[in-house]
Every structure is written in structure tokens, then in C-alpha cells.
Design a binder for this molecule. Structure first.
Ligand code: KG4
Ligand code: ZN
Length: 368
């Protein structure tokens, strides 16, 4: 059995500044989160209906030290007590990533600690190992404001993309929909709440790319279809009555859920074809996995395909630094791990190096 390691993690790639302390044994599933601090920025970006990169970068630079101090204090440790530091080095908004990387480099140099740069998406993808000690390989759907992809997770540094969005991420589509309907930010929870009172069958929104084979997805056309219906109603009724708005939300949400469910079904088949796992698991991460309808449909599809469905606690599905610390810990088990490797901020950093890049780059950073 290996030795227990304590890692400080730092995350600042989008609109959450976060620091966490995690303990575990490199190479072994299941970790202990000693602390996890997340300073969100929703209040700073709400007026703009989306993340403003420069505002985000400044906030990260101001808050990262404070988050680290809080994370260490809550864990009851000093910096000298941690064995290593892990920091998100990409993909994401360059200003934010640089704030975190610079802070981590300073801390590592000052305290003489090994430092490792983590791919943010690897953090999400490895979370089920931290929370549930899941064995490799498993299938992960990462579905957030900036990302949407199916990943076969075969090892700490072995990720195979089975498909992804070719334009918007679903969270981005929820946020844009909310903006079009004069709902608040972030849009996902607002649209979900409105949808509860709406009729999902009234508007026939498209289910893009379902007519094509494979697991790639598209969500930008959905937003255009919704805008068209909204404009039609506004002209017809000189405004947007509440019931119409609720029906639009319900129709939009149903379309996103149907696309994610059908593509997940195909991803399950593709995963089993490649890995033939005796106990296959479909795991989710990302803010959109908070959506009850989407969760329920994914669960149904997974079960029908003979997969267990795993959704880590929401605080670990959305951006946090515990997943970055954990990914650092997993890196330490790799034979080629170099604790002194130089780290540079990489705004674009695909998880699956062999897969060809997906199109598009959203406001929340590059889609890998
Ligand atoms: O993973 P996350 O916290 O941040 C990143 O994008 O990295 O995801 C945030 C996204 C936002 O776009 C938000 O609108 C969406 O997740 N979201 C939801 C729900 N809660 C958050 N989308 C649909 N339904 C929800 N309940
Ligand atoms: Zn994320």
C-alpha cells in the first residue's frame, strides 16, 4: 500500500476562485476532502448575463490568496504541512488561469513544494474516483456552461473523447435562453424553475444532430428556434405572457434533455464496444447535471443500457478545487510524473490529445 499524500488544489479557470486540501493515496480511488473553499462571482457577472473575462481575472487575482488561506485554516494545516500543490493550468479564460498559476508558482517556490499543472476537464473527469473510488474505465458526461463532451476515462491520464458539442455548451444555451426571456443569471436554474409550470409539448423545438450517427451534439440552433418563437409571440400578443414564457422554457429544456439522453445512449454503446466493462458506469459532472429532468433522463438511459448512473454531490459537480487537488494526487501515481516540470497557462488544452479539435470557442473559454 502506498503512502498517504496531502495536496493543496487551486482553481481559477472560469468564474469560481477555489482552493481545497485533499488527502489520499496516489493510485488508489477514494480521497478525503479536508477543506474546499469556493468563492463564486455570480454577483459580478449577473448584470452582463454571462462571464466577463476581464472582471473574472481581476476577481481571481484578488481572491486566490484568501481562498488558499481559508482552505489551509479549515484543514487545520500550514502550507509547510502539504506535500504538493496542484493548480488548474487550462483550459479556460487565460486571465483567470494565469492568476491561479502565478499564485501557485509563488507558493510552491516559497515553500519548496512540488507543483503540478492540471487540466480542468481532467479534474471533472476524475471526480468519481475521489467521491466513490470508481475503478477505471468509466464513461463520463461533462456538461457545464463551457463544456459538453463524452469521455471514456481509462486512467489518470488516459481520456478518450467519444463525442461533444460542435458549438454551444448546454449551460451556455440555458444562459442565453434565460437572457432572451428576461430571466436572471445563471440561466439554468431560472429556466428549470419556469419550466416546472410550462407545457413541454407546445413548442416543437429541434433535436439537432439526432438524425446523424455518433455522439456529437449541437445546441446553438435551439436558441435561434426559441428566439423565433419568442419574437412571434411578442408581435402577436404585444408582450410575452408568463404562461408562454413557461412553455418556451419547458420546450427548450425538454429538447436539451432529449438530445443529451439519446446521445448518452449512443455513448454507452460506444463505450461498451471499446471496453466491454463488466460493471459499466455513466457518471456526470458540470453545472447542468443539477437539472432534475436531465438527471432523470440520463439515469433512465443508463439503466436501460445496463450502466449504473453516478452523479457526485453537486458541490463537486460544479467548479471546485478539490477535484484539482485530487487530479494532482492521481498524477503523482503516474510513472512519468515530474514534480519539477514547468507549468504554463494553456487557455486551450484538449483532454484527449489524439482527438481532433471541436469547433467553436464560447465566452467561458475554449471547448476542448
Ligand atoms: O459547471 P458550472 O458550475 O460552471 C462551468 O460552466 O464551468 O456550470 C454552470 C452552468 C451555467 O451555464 C448554468 O446555467 C448551468 O450550469 N446550470 C444549469 C442548472 N444549474 C446550473 N443548467 C440547467 N439546469 C440547472 N438546474
Ligand atoms: Zn468546470
Amino acid at each position: 500500500m502506498g503512502q498517504s499524500v496531502t495536496i493543496l488544489g487551486i482553481e481559477s479557470s472560469c468564474d469560481d476562485t477555489a482552493a481545497a486540501v485533499v488527502r489520499g493515496i496516489p493510485g488508489q480511488g477514494g480521497g478525503e476532502i479536508l477543506s474546499s473553499i469556493v468563492a463564486g462571482q455570480v454577483d459580478l457577472h449577473a448584470a452582463f448575463g454571462g462571464v466577463v473575462p476581464e472582471i473574472a481575472a481581476r476577481a481571481h487575482a484578488e481572491r486566490v490568496d484568501i481562498c488558499v488561506e481559508q482552505a489551509l485554516a479549515e484543514a487545520g494545516l500550514a502550507l509547510a504541512d502539504v506535500d504538493a500543490i496542484a493548480v488548474t493550468a487550462g483550459p479556460g479564460l487565460i486571465g483567470g488561469v494565469m492568476s491561479g498559476v502565478m499564485a501557485a508558482k509563488g507558493l510552491a517556490a516559497g515553500a519548496g513544494k512540488p507543483l503540478t499543472g492540471i487540466n480542468h476537464l481532467a479534474g471533472h473527469a476524475l471526480t468519481p474516483r475521489l467521491t466513490d473510488g470508481l475503478e477505471f474505465p468509466y464513461l463520463m458526461l461533462l456538461v457545464s456552461g463551457g463544456h459538453c463532451q463524452f469521455i471514456a476515462v481509462a486512467g489518470p491520464d488516459s481520456f478518450h473523447r467519444l463525442g461533444g458539442t460542435i458549438d454551444d455548451a448546454p449551460g451556455e444555451a440555458f444562459d442565453k435562453t434565460a437572457k432572451l426571456l428576461a430571466l436572471g443569471y445563471p440561466g439554468g436554474p431560472e429556466v428549470e424553475r419556469e419550466a416546472l409550470r410550462g407545457d413541454p409539448t407546445r413548442f416543437k423545438f429541434p433535436r439537432p444532430l439526432l438524425d446523424r450517427p455518433g455522439c456529437d451534439m449541437s445546441f446553438s440552433g435551439l436558441k435561434t428556434a426559441l428566439r423565433r418563437e419568442r419574437d412571434r409571440i411578442v408581435v402577436e400578443k404585444s408582450g410575452l405572457p408568463r404562461q408562454d414564457r413557461a412553455d418556451l422554457c419547458a420546450g427548450f429544456q425538454a429538447a436539451v434533455a432529449d438530445v443529451l439522453a439519446e446521445k448518452s445512449r449512443r455513448a454507452c454503446l460506444a463505450f461498451q464496444e471499446a471496453y466491454d466493462s463488466p460493471a459499466p458506469v455513466l457518471a456526470v459532472a458540470g453545472g447542468v447535471s443539477a437539472n432534475a429532468l436531465i438527471r432523470a433522463q440520463l439515469d433512465t438511459v443508463a439503466q436501460a443500457a445496463g450502466f449504473a448512473f453516478l452523479a457526485p454531490p453537486l458541490a463537486l459537480c460544479t467548479d471546485n478545487a478539490a477535484m484539482i487537488a485530487w487530479a494532482g494526487l492521481e498524477q503523482m501515481a503516474l510513472p512519468d510524473f515530474d514534480p519539477h516540470a514547468d507549468i504554463t497557462a494553456r487557455p486551450r488544452w484538449p483532454l484527449d490529445k489524439a482527438a481532433k479539435p471541436m469547433l467553436g470557442s464560447g465566452k467561458k473559454g475554449a471547448k476542448a
